[in-house]
Ligand binder design. Sequence first.
Ligand code: AMP
Ligand code: MG
Length: 408
Amino acid sequence: MPTPEQALDLILQHAAPLPPRVTALQDCLGLAVAEDLCSRAQVPPFTNSAMDGYAVRAADLATASPEAPVRLRVLGDLAAGGVPLSPVGPGEALRIMTGAPLPDGADSVVPVEDTTRGEGWVEALRPLRRGIHIRHAGEDLHLGQRLVAAGRGLRPGDIGALAAAGLATFSCHPRVRVAVLTTGDELVDVSEEPGPGRIRDANIHALCAQVAACGGIPVPFARIPDDPALLRKMLTLAMEADVLLTTGGISVGDYDHMKGSLEALGGQRIFWKVTQKPGGPLGFWVLGNRPAFGIPGNPVAAMLMFEEYVRPALRQMMGFTRLHRPLAQAALVDGWTGRAGDGRTTFLRVIAQREGDRLTARLTGPQGSAILSSMLLANALAVIPAGIDRIAPGGPVTLHLTEEAEDH
Ligand code: AMP
Ligand code: MG
């Protein structure tokens, strides 16, 4: 039985990045780029005005003051998108708008607020520093500059910079398609009133949301009955996807058909069960080259397994370099007592919070693997290594910060 670290390692060995595709800029928010992206142009492309004002030669204004303004002849008007028709000579100015190209001869821009204007002339009331209020060609990005390293997920700010730099298309890893199968005779749809002995299918919604939240495309196969023939049929359909993710039926109960069904379809078992609580009976197979996860039906265990094992694998398949949530040390305010010597790592749902210069973690309440309310509150998981059976109140724990972007 692998430890959590060994299990994750085995999973990542079988979750190769999906082949990259040429992708249009407007489709790549959140995708990982498959190559280093370098600027295809200089930004800004030409030297231009940073203000609405007058393009001038700074030397002309050296003596300007409110008592003795310097008067310049105005050659005309230039809006953004226009091109200057003549250079600015000594004693001359061109009225210029923000973003318009700086005319030859001019070296500075006087903001309109610092001028008085008349018919065909303008007066400046003070000298100005040469080069002021000008944006130089290439001062933001130079041609060939590396903007985004391969393996980084694109954010809106990246996309703006890539657009300015002329990258209309480039190579990205696609979103991973994840078939999500929930199983159990007891399950009904969220919109139904559960009859006697039935419960609503929480996992189909929780897991599809987790897939979408990490950038994948969920393909739901909801509420498959505990019937091996039907299960095999649905698994076969689900093999259209890049990854299979099933919940329920993975334990040793009489109605637990997942293992047998996956293996009957040719699934190669990599492991079954991990030394952790909650959710020990995680199974992992390779089925026709695609990863197949069998995770327990208990909703909290299912979400936790997704967070710890499935999400890093999906991120690796989508080409991200950073697979793991940030780690942090915190003081476990409530303390914790477990069972000694069971050799299992324990994951506790906690609320992490900065208090002054330290990080604290408080249990969300009862930690049973069916207690979904613990997921409503948690923003981190506290990881208690195997072999530790007690943490004193305020004692140290390691957290996985599950609401923060992966950093390693
Ligand atoms: P299983 O892993 O099939 O043995 O299920 C373990 C527990 O989780 C049982 O109490 C199931 O009723 C419950 N369960 C299984 N699947 C779901 C689901 N999709 N939504 C909510 N609870 C579930
Ligand atoms: Mg079941």
